[in-house]
Design a protein around this ligand. Structure first.
Ligand code: BGC
Length: 336
């Protein structure tokens, strides 16, 4: 499996063809100490055999579609279900398990960039329309790792692409991310309704709940709160509704490790961000540094449309029609 590395004077991002999976991001702190800030494995063999969502590109529809069902213009579709009775992250063979075609590209705004592309056939995982997808991974001079997604379809379909890295700014495998401070420009979130984490369709204020990250606070303080939404999945696995969403790329959140001082800002043009604290990691698998991967080993910050959007009229529209272009930007900017 070929690995590709993007480098500027501070940061190094390495990814592979399978799933476009980001297998390491090496970032210095203010003293110049380098840490690899994404959860993963020490070897390629473990990476290929391990959790296929770590750092991967997810699609055609990242997150859950309840029952794998949706309708476009009255036509009903039934996707394959791979998460009990739901469709998760594009199904059994989502984009995370596909080999992407990788080519170096030269773009003025990036010190270095690669284009990853794939074709998703009409009917793949039972989605309608042949989809041409391209993703740019670019690194800027000022430590922004930029992901630019584009897609076009031959038939009306649904789309929600995301990147599934779990960040640990102490260095993956060295300490839990539970004491990271998280801030989100989101005064509302979408609650879940069952153990499987499916969105209920409501949009509610975060005020007075553990989901209020409008001012920075530790992830632990939210996860330790006795609240039915937290108890249901032993942590956070929720979509936050970005304030003042207008389709342009804006700062939506910040993650900070108070110990090293490493900080990551997240920018996107998407209406939502899924925060996942990795409740399903039970320590049975060893990751980087030989350390067991436990809950809160890292925090996923997945920019996206909302979960199950195709079935809720009050959620943003996830339909892509022929002649339209899906455009999604996500930036992870590292600061000291
Ligand atoms: C979801 C989790 C799911 C995980 C699988 C996350 O994006 O929010 O519910 O278990 O992906 O890796």
């Amino acid at each position: 499996m070929r690995a590709y590395t993007l480098k500027n004077k501070n940061i190094e991002v390495t990814f592979i063809e399978r799933g476009g999976q980001i297998i390491s991001i090496k970032v210095p702190d203010a003293k110049g100490n380098i840490a690899d800030v994404v959860v993963g494995y020490d070897t390629m063999d473990e990476t290929l055999a391990g959790d296929g969502y770590f750092g991967a590109l997810c699609g055609r529809y990242a997150n859950r579609i309840v029952g794998g069902k949706f309708e476009i213009d009255g036509e009903k579709f039934q996707l394959d279900c791979n998460n009990d009775t739901n469709h998760l992250h594009g199904g059994v063979e989502g984009f995370n398990s596909r080999n992407w075609t990788v080519t170096p590209v030269s773009l003025d705004k990036f010190v270095q960039a690669y284009k990853l592309s794939l074709t998703s056939a009409d009917g793949e995982q039972k989605y309608p329309g042949k989809l041409e997808v391209s993703v740019i991974y670019g690194l800027t001079e000022d430590d922004q790792f930029v992901i630019e997604y584009e897609a076009e379809t031959t038939k009306p379909t649904v789309i929600n692409l995301t990147s599934h890295a779990y960040f640990n700014l102490c260095g993956a495998g060295h300490a839990s991310a539970v004491n990271h401070k998280l801030q989100l420009n989101a005064s509302r979130y979408t609650p879940i309704c069952a153990k499987l984490g499916t969105a209920s369709g409501e949009i509610v204020p975060v005020k007075g709940t553990p989901f209020d990250f409008t001012s920075a606070k530790t992830v632990k303080s939210a996860c330790d709160t006795d609240h039915e939404q937290i108890n249901m999945i032993q942590g956070i696995d929720h979509n936050f509704v970005i304030d003042n969403y207008n389709g342009s790329t804006q700062l939506v959140g910040t993650l900070l490790d108070p110990v090293s001082g490493r900080k990551m800002e997240v920018y996107t043009n998407q209406p939502g961000i899924q925060i996942y604290t990795g409740a399903h990691f039970d320590g049975s698998e060893k990751g980087k540094n030989g350390a067991p991967i436990e809950a809160c080993a890292g925090i996923a910050m997945e920019t996206q449309i909302f979960p199950n959007s195709p079935n809720y009229a009050n959620f943003p529209n996830a339909t892509l029609k022929p002649g339209e272009k899906y455009k999604h930007t996500c930036i992870y900017k590292f600061c000291k």
